[in-house]
Design a protein around this ligand. Structure first.
Ligand SMILES: Cc1cc2nc3c(=O)[nH]c(=O)nc-3n(C[C@H](O)[C@H](O)[C@H](O)COP(=O)(O)O)c2cc1C
Length: 191
């Protein structure tokens, strides 16, 4: 698959098959983080890999799904929950603005997973105090994001953004995600 095909198909997934993510994919995601560009080569973004079923179940109620959809549509039922999570952590003992580094790391990690068919949802709407306690994340480390992972149990496709759709993703009649994106002309100006 070309990088452009990968970028088109690597959407956000929110319902998953109950099948474990293989260890080689976990290793690829860690390697994708390790290889990420970062300001001044700080390497201050780290991961906690949450894989044990007992821990994964405890994380489920601490993340919030699909703000544009009613929960009965956007929140995965018990048999479609993610099978693992990554906690993305910033080491605040290392000086500098780590937010751009974190974004690049998130992109690389989710692309590495998708390259092997594993879908993801980057999650910012999370209960940081409760998750930090649960996962043993303590100063100077700060929890920035969770990433939910698993083999997708739905499809997701980009559709043109129109006046009718606006920016809000929606489900089609088969409960697959449609994600409106602005046109190239709206986003980039050539001079
Ligand atoms: C920084 C960031 C935070 C996000 N937080 C959440 C979240 O808390 N819950 C959720 O269901 N999706 C979350 N998403 C997924 C976005 O809703 C999704 O990326 C967006 O709708 C575009 O869809 P796409 O990734 O398929 O292009 C987040 C994505 C990003 C990049």
């Amino acid at each position: 698959m070309s990088i452009m095909e990968t970028l088109a198909a690597r959407r956000t997934y929110r319902r998953f098959a109950q099948k474990p993510v293989p260890q080689d994919v976990v290793e690829d995601m860690v390697e994708a983080l390790r290889l990420s560009s970062c300001g001044a080569n700080r390497q201050a973004v780290k991961l906690v890999v949450v894989q044990s079923p007992e821990m994964v179940v405890k994380v489920h109620p601490l993340v919030k799904w699909a703000g544009y959809l009613p929960p009965e549509q956007g929140t995965p039922k018990a048999d479609k929950q993610p099978v693992m999570y990554l906690a993305v952590v910033q080491d605040s003992a290392i000086p500098g603005d780590l937010n751009t580094d974190t974004g690049i790391a998130l992109a690389n990690i989710t692309l590495a997973a998708w390259d092997k068919g594993v879908g993801s949802c980057i999650m910012g709407a999370i209960n940081k105090p409760a998750l930090s306690e649960l996962l043993g994340i303590a100063e100077p480390d700060k929890l920035a994001f969770m990433v939910a992972l698993g083999y997708p149990a739905h499809t997701a496709k980009v559709v043109p953004m129109t006046e009718e759709t606006g920016i809000k993703y929606y489900l089609d009649e088969d409960r697959n995600y449609c994600v409106p994106k602005r046109s190239r002309e709206e986003l980039a100006r050539e001079i």
